[in-house]
Design a protein around this ligand. Sequence first.
Ligand code: DGL
Length: 257
Amino acid sequence: MENREAPIAVFDSGLGGVSVLRELIRIMPNEDFYYFGDSKHAPYGTKSAQQVRQMTIMHTQRFIAMGAKGVVIACNTATSAAVRRLRQMYPALPLVGIEPAVKPAAERYPQGNILVMATPITIREAKLQHLIERFGGDANIIPLACPGLMDFVEAGNIDSPEVYGFLRDILEPYQGKLDGVVLGCTHYPFVSKTITRILGTDVEIFDGGPGTAKEMKRRLEEAGLLRQNTQIQGKINFENSDKSQQKKELFYKLLNY
Ligand code: DGL
């Protein structure tokens, strides 16, 4: 496993983690990535935390058995359900999860109104509560569960009147009242333009993807596991539990979105 040439595994319940993968590629273009999406069993966010924990652990075990030198849990839902357990199981592994960007949002708007959009599990789990207590300060943090939103992205439906209608219905009560929106699910960056259309351009959008990618790079660097040859162009290997051509095509479409 101590192999600089080994790939970095990136995991999500489906294709949302591609929003994190593109940040990883941007800052580590020489590295190989293995992206696994579990679209067949998505959405995770409406399951029980225990189910999500079991599935996430099972997939991570496979990535490690394949020889991955690091693992990114590019799913807020899987992170909130499983990352603590995974850290106990693999203390030496560079393992990074994604969590809602409450900290940067509250730092930027210390007295502000900040909406956290995420899946029902992420909203319910203690991890978000801890984040708010620890970093929320005096900001007014408003958690909003958005069941159903990820399904649009999984279907490749990211810029349609239906997505607009769905988002308008859930966001209308907050129009004119917000300073920031935290995208607490890796599928949501793909609909952020529509969110901005509804809430206006002065509402700032916070995405945890770039910070997560930076943290993975830091961890690999610290462990001496970054590739040394900067002439190499990294390869991207994609796999999905849903073997359809649609998922494959959508993966590349989102990667270049
Ligand atoms: N992409 C996932 C996240 O970041 C969740 C989507 C799902 O419900 O499966 O939370």
